[in-house]
Design a protein around this ligand. Structure first.
Ligand SMILES: Cc1cc2nc3c(=O)[nH]c(=O)nc-3n(C[C@H](O)[C@H](O)[C@H](O)COP(=O)(O)OP(=O)(O)OC[C@H]3O[C@@H](n4cnc5c(N)ncnc54)[C@H](O)[C@@H]3O)c2cc1C
Length: 469
């Protein structure tokens, strides 16, 4: 009934067929807000009844901040006590594995106003929802999309027994990708093996961490991330390999605390959990296509990326803004029931560009994870070298940011950069620094120097160990 009412309102507003967004997560809400800001009137359908408390993305990378401002949610997040993170610290042991060192970087040194943001996912969704509704956006909770059929000029969206003819279907329904499967678009997934990573998330009290700090630390089991949560306590993510997790899971709570205590984070001896642990396999999965005729998928529905890089929300927001602009530019062609050629050409380009972003982020996630989880002497050497490089040469860091960022120069996780620096040998470093392209343009650097790597890796992997669901 709800769906029909929404469609009737579209007709009253003289829009014949509505734009339907499926899923009110970060991707769907960003898309809804941006479309409203561009003067369009989508219908947002959410299967759950309102916002549920659960653990999801809680750290916005610096690359998201500009977009959050553009959507008009940034100051509202700060009103919810969102914590500005402008310092990155890493605790590590020296080459012989005993003395503990601390590496600190200030994001502000990389450019004015560069910082990340820590906010509970529940609060993020509330702020995004408020903003969408304030702009007059239509949101229908407890409405689950159950069917979808596509043709080049329109699509039919089913909710239970109701059917609505829409001009566009925007799938933001999360990692299960149900609507993508309804459109017969499978996903590539990497085989689960002993190297697959598992993320264990906990809320902890007792740690002594500066409020503006994103702290990473090594433990014998894996890597820990810790930062303040906007509602008090400290969010800790422990990322371990699947084989390690199989050992930990017999008494997860106890083992999680033991890992935390062995991490040498100040105050870890007194650490105590304040909420149940949340376990999530860090499975990379990417749709074989992100668009088909009059349907486009975004966020986790298009592909999940390794949480080690903390980029899921970043990709979702960036792609939502890009897509909303594309829709607004093609408004008249989309309303028309016959002329789709221009739209189809544009959406193909969008598909290619977003695929590149996913591949890039996935590649970085795997790379960073390997570095974090390797404990051999070679890797310790690489880390040591990376850190001293970073401390010597902040200009190089800026260039590398361009090289590794994928979409724009500050979208990559700063906390991981010291490791990346360690990978480049000094000869290669000078070569890269002297490339005129490197010195001139971040987008060209990205296109020329980073894209082929994940792309080749992806092509290589798809021959050997990627399977299609
Ligand atoms: C433990 C953990 C930590 C993470 N940490 C970070 C981080 O620090 N930084 C970061 O950027 N990212 C992080 N991520 C990833 C990030 O949370 C996701 O990439 C992001 O939330 C994806 O948003 P989304 O809107 O695509 O999907 P979701 O948030 O999954 O939203 C999908 C929505 O669609 C709805 N839905 C599903 N099916 C239907 C249907 N049939 N009809 C209608 N509605 C439907 C769902 O109810 C849901 O509300 C983390 C993820 C996890 C699990």
């Amino acid at each position: 009934m709800r769906l029909k009412k929404c469609a009737e309102r579209s007709r009253k507003n003289k829009v014949q067929r509505p734009i339907v967004i499926c899923g009110a997560g970060v991707a769907g809400l960003s898309l809804g807000i941006k479309l409203r800001l561009l003067g369009l009137d989508p219908i947002l359908l959410e299967k759950d009844a309102g916002v549920k408390p659960f653990i999801r993305g809680e750290y916005f990378q610096p690359g998201s901040i500009q977009k959050l401002k553009e959507l008009g949610v940034y100051s509202r997040l700060l009103e919810r006590n969102a914590i500005r993170i402008d310092r990155v610290s890493h605790l590590y042991r020296n080459l012989f594995g005993n003395k503990v060192r601390r590496f600190v970087a200030f994001l502000g040194d990389l450019g004015p106003g560069i910082h990340g943001l820590s906010v509970l996912h529940e609060d993020i969704l509330r702020v995004f929802r408020d903003r969408y509704e304030e702009l007059g956006g239509r949101l229908s909770d407890s409405t689950s999309v159950s069917g979808l059929s596509l043709n080049p000029h329109s699509c039919t969206v089913e909710v239970g027994t109701e059917k609505v003819e829409a001009q566009l279907f925007l799938g933001c329904d999360g990692k299960a990708g149900v609507t993508r499967k309804l459109a017969n678009i499978p996903s590539h997934s990497v085989k689960v093996d002993s190297q697959t990573r598992v993320m264990i998330a906990g809320l902890v009290k007792g740690l002594r961490i500066a409020k503006n700090e994103f702290l990473t630390a090594e433990t014998p089991a894996g890597v820990l991330y810790a930062f303040h949560c906007n509602r008090g306590d400290i969010r800790v993510y422990l990322c371990v390999s699947k084989s390690r997790y199989d050992h930990l899971k017999s008494d997860l709570k106890q083992n999680f605390l033991a890992c935390l205590q062995s991490s040498i984070i100040p105050g870890s001896a007194d650490a105590a959990l304040t909420a149940p642990l949340w376990v999530m396999p860090s499975m990379d999965r990417m749709a074989t296509a992100r668009a088909k005729m009059r349907a486009v998928w975004l966020g986790d529905a298009a592909g999940t990326v390794d949480p080690l890089c903390g980029h899921g929300m970043n990709l979702a927001i960036q792609h939502a803004c890009k897509l909303a602009e594309l829709i607004s530019q093609n408004g008249s062609a989309l309303e028309c029931e016959t002329d789709s050629m221009e739209w189809l050409a544009q959406i193909k380009k969008f598909d290619r560009a977003t695929r590149r972003d996913y591949l890039h982020t996935r590649f970085m996630g795997i790379w960073v994870a390997n570095l974090f989880m390797q404990d051999s002497k070679w890797f310790r050497l690489a880390k040591k070298r990376a850190i001293s490089r970073y401390q010597k040469d902040a200009r190089l860091l800026n260039h590398l940011m361009g090289l590794f960022a994928g979409m724009n120069k500050d979208s990559f996780g700063f906390q991981d950069l010291p490791y990346l620096l360690g990978i480049l040998g000094s000869r290669r470093r000078d070569q890269i620094m002297s490339l005129p392209l490197v010195q001139k343009s971040a987008p060209i650097q990205n296109a020329l120097l980073t894209t082929p790597i994940p792309l080749f890796k992806y092509l290589f992997k798809s021959r050997f160990d990627l399977k299609t669901e």
